[in-house]
Write a new protein. Structure first.
Length: 441
């Protein structure tokens, strides 16, 4: 019965999302798909997960409704707003491509090289410890534990953020060119090497999601602006998009599996069912993968039951800011890793709702999703009407929050905070230089 209800809610959500956003890839459809998948995977019980409490269902359902209400609030005001072309004093996408994307291409290379330098510098630190690449790979499990304990010193912080700026620009550039370009390999290489050195999959997943969201939403925008123009050209290029998508997905899966294997993830868990054991022996599904895709709701459920955690205002959501303040002695450094819960295996990530609850109380799980829906819909309209690149950056970064909502509040990551600040600055500089150059010519 629960599966029927979930599917029915998903179908209704998709219908509403098409009404609000007029295209299939949109904030509500992504949110709905992620949480449907998460709940379905949890409820099929390949592990002996505990039953979700009524409180957990209310928190999940209430936050989802709040997100929809935020979207609906802006959508209703559309009827009372007469949008004009000159209403937006913003960096327009046309200014970015006055030079046919040459400045954008140069920026991709510059930021990509900075990100690659950061990754290679991290590898140099590891090579100083273990001597050879093969020894580093053999000791990735130990390196992972050292990283968690904060025992790896000498790595220059925040340089890897440049690779995420580069991959964002690459997504725009490739959408404009309507194909995957070779210069995009540079930022991909940078954050994959950094992810392996860091023995973490989150950074790699972040980079791939950022690229896919940027590419497909910006491509949708270009198609929307073109309307019927170049329709045949767009259709002829679709095969290249499919090939690129499949190739990049395979690269991500190989990178993630590589890290998992060398990090030494245990594939034997208390609470495994006979079904997961059969699937494991057949090589179809690994228990660690299933736990990664489903277990976070179980942590949220146990957290809500115990309610034993406390945090300073916004400590998880704004962890990057707290870390900066801690470095200059203003506050005590927050814990990087969260408390684990037994569900009935130990795991510690409990969806973004857990962090909102700890940071802002019960109102946080309703107010923040509402504000997210409000802001992303407002920025979505401004982007699709005026081509505001600043609003496009906001759209992508809230979409990243939605994409990671099954796992954690991704705003705690430095690459999210620095990206939403530095990418608009970069785009405005490109726009300014292009307009200045065009006027002089």
């Amino acid at each position: 019965m629960i599966f029927v209800i979930l599917v029915a809610i998903f179908i209704v959500s998709i219908v509403f999302s098409l009404y609000f956003f007029k295209r299939l890839l949109n904030p509500l459809s992504v949110y709905s798909a992620i949480w449907l998948g998460l709940l379905v995977l949890y409820e099929i019980r390949l592990f002996n997960y505990y039953n979700l409490s009524i409180q957990t269902w209310v928190v999940i359902g209430g936050s989802f409704l709040s997100f929809i209400l935020g979207i609906a609030t802006v959508s209703i005001t559309r009827a009372f707003k007469d949008y004009q072309e000159n209403d937006c004093n913003c960096a327009n996408f046309n200014n970015i491509f006055i030079d046919k994307g040459k400045s954008l291409k140069i920026s991709i290379i510059i930021f990509g090289l900075i990100g690659l330098f950061g990754a290679l510098q991290h590898w140099k630190v590891l090579l100083n410890l273990y001597g050879t690449v093969s020894n580093v790979l053999i000791h990735l499990s130990k390196i992972y534990k050292m990283r968690i304990a904060g025992e790896i010193e000498g790595v220059i912080p925040y340089l890897n953020v440049a690779s995420y700026i580069s991959i964002f620009l690459a997504g725009i550039y490739n959408a404009y060119k309507r194909r995957f370009t070779l210069i995009s390999v540079l930022p991909f290489t940078a954050f994959i090497l950094k992810g392996i050195a860091n023995v973490g999959r989150q950074g790699i997943l972040y980079g791939f999601l950022e690229y896919f969201l940027t590419f497909f939403i910006f491509k949708s925008f270009l198609n929307f602006k073109a309307k019927e123009e170049n329709k045949d050209f767009i259709k002829r290029r679709n095969y290249a998009t499919v090939v690129s998508l499949v190739t990049l997905t395979l690269i991500f899966l190989i990178s993630a599996l590589f890290i998992k294997d060398f990090r030494g993830n245990d594939e034997n868990y208390i609470g495994e069912t006979r079904t997961i054991n059969v699937l494991k022996k057949g090589g179809l599904v690994t228990p660690s993968l299933y736990l990664y895709l489903s277990g976070h709701i179980g942590v949220l459920n146990k957290f809500l039951f115990e309610e034993s955690e406390s945090a300073r205002f916004g400590e998880n959501t704004f962890q990057f800011i707290y870390n900066i303040l801690a470095k200059i002695g203003f506050v005590k450094r927050p814990n990087t890793y969260q408390k684990g819960y037994y569900i009935p295996m130990w795991t510690n990530t409990g969806t973004y709702l857990r962090e909102l609850y700890v940071d802002f109380g019960v109102l946080g799980v309703y107010v923040v999703p509402y504000l997210m829906g409000l802001l992303i819909t407002f920025s979505w309209d401004r982007f699709f009407i005026w081509g505001s690149m600043t609003d496009f950056v906001i759209v992508i970064h809230i979409m990243l929050i939605i994409s990671f909502s099954f796992l954690m509040m991704i705003t705690r990551a430095a690459n999210w905070f620095l990206g939403i600040i530095l990418i608009p600055v970069t785009l405005k500089l490109i726009s300014f230089v292009n307009v200045r150059r065009n006027v002089e010519v």
